[in-house]
Write a protein that binds this ligand. Structure first.
Ligand code: XIL
Length: 371
């Protein structure tokens, strides 16, 4: 069996998931095993099937609480063969304080996924954000290595064998911080120096050797400085024998940003014999609003331009959108999307708020069909 999962759900995993289903009280059990009719809207099967036919796993970010909504539940099971928790495996969610671990939300999502042969990505083990204050304090007072080891061990052990791929380190680059290698100023860098990334990947290889180990970042498809910094970072990791398997391009795209460095970046990733994942795709459109149809067309055209370049170099192993329906998108959150002065509804995802397919869905489907 290959090092990564070739079978979506073993009997052992299903039995474990069934027992964990009790945990999944967040999702009504009547829904847990509900199999929706094939989506008749466009007569086409699903992104899950179209991608799988070409060896790509398609999925989306989601949380168990979102799946209490029957429309979204049906759409998710139909369209996605892969999922990633938007929040519930992050430090702030799993470790609200130093004395306890909070697993229920993440367990509910993993149980749901295993009940529908949906694979699960883990997000994320080491990140500068979503770090509780107590953790920052320990990291900055000499306990960084112990805390990193404990966290990666606990996370990977708790979900052992149930996570196909982990974002081991997320968003370690920030050119605006003007540090060596364009590294982002973070508690981890302050405490451990640049080799904190190496430590994280070696720990991940130690605690769940079967899970794919991914470095994940954003804006590298459009920012040449950050793209070159990523290439240098990856080359350094590979030269030091760091056990990294893949690169995640988050792909939070914008209709106004071009993809100048993208093709060279994908070629460099391929030359380093690393797998490529598209981990958090969505498309922001803050152009003057001219109606849903016009916005949906701009969003779809942007995604097509991005995927055309990526597919011209290599086929990603996984493609995920950061949410499946516009009903749940972080871009609608003023905290993250203060750039949307009119507070207009954003339409960055494959399904609209009614969970109906949009031009972006068609673009993804056509891209998979054309491979
Ligand atoms: C975001 C979530 O979508 C928000 O709901 C949360 O408040 C903050 O984090 N890159 C990442 C994701 O890797 O973890 C971020 O998710 C979006 C940017």
């Amino acid at each position: 069996m290959s090092r990564f999962f070739s079978k979506p759900c073993t009997r052992r995993a299903f039995l474990r998931a069934s027992s964990a289903a009790a945990v999944a009280s967040v999702i009504p059990l009547t829904l847990m095993c509900h199999k929706p009719e094939e989506n008749e809207l466009s007569g086409l099967s699903s992104l899950r099937q179209a991608a799988a036919d070409k060896g790509i796993e398609f999925g989306a970010a989601v949380e168990a609480v979102h799946l209490k909504d029957p429309d979204l539940y049906d759409a998710f099971v139909n369209e996605c063969g892969l999922c990633v928790p938007e929040w519930s495996m992050k430090w702030a969610s799993v470790r609200p304080d130093a004395s306890r671990w909070s697993w229920d939300e993440a367990d509910a999502l993993v149980s749901f996924a295993e009940n529908h042969a949906i694979k699960v990505r883990g997000h994320t083990l080491v990140w500068y954000a979503a770090l509780p204050d107590w953790a920052k304090e320990k990291i900055l007072t000499g306990q960084a290595e112990r805390l990193m080891d404990e966290h990666i061990q606990q996370m990977m052990t708790h979900f052992q064998g149930r996570i196909c791929s982990w974002d081991v380190v997320n968003e370690a680059l920030e050119p605006q911080d003007n540090l060596e290698g364009c590294l982002r100023a973070s508690p981890w860098l302050t405490a451990l120096g640049p080799r904190y990334l190496d430590k994280a990947f070696f720990l991940a290889a130690q605690y769940d050797p079967m899970a794919q180990r991914v470095y994940n970042d954003y804006a590298v498809e459009s920012n040449p400085v950050k793209a070159n910094a990523l290439i240098a970072l990856l080359r350094g990791l590979k030269e030091r024998g760091v056990p990294i398997d893949a690169v995640g391009l988050q792909a939070h795209l914008s209709v106004t940003r071009a993809f100048e460095p993208l093709q060279a970046l994908c070629k460099a990733i391929k030359e380093m014999d690393l797998d490529l994942l598209i981990t958090e795709m969505d498309v922001e459109d803050l152009s003057p609003f001219e109606g849903n149809a016009e916005q949906d067309r701009r969003v779809a055209d942007t995604a097509k331009a991005f995927l055309d370049i990526v597919f011209s170099v290599m086929k990603p192993k996984q493609i995920l959108t950061w949410g499946l329906s516009d009903r749940h998108t972080w871009l609608a959150d003023p905290k993250w999307n203060g750039r949307n002065p009119l507070g207009l509804p954003v339409r960055p995802l494959p399904l609209d708020r009614a969970c109906l397919r949009k031009p972006l869905w068609n673009i993804l489907y056509e891209q998979f069909e054309a491979l």
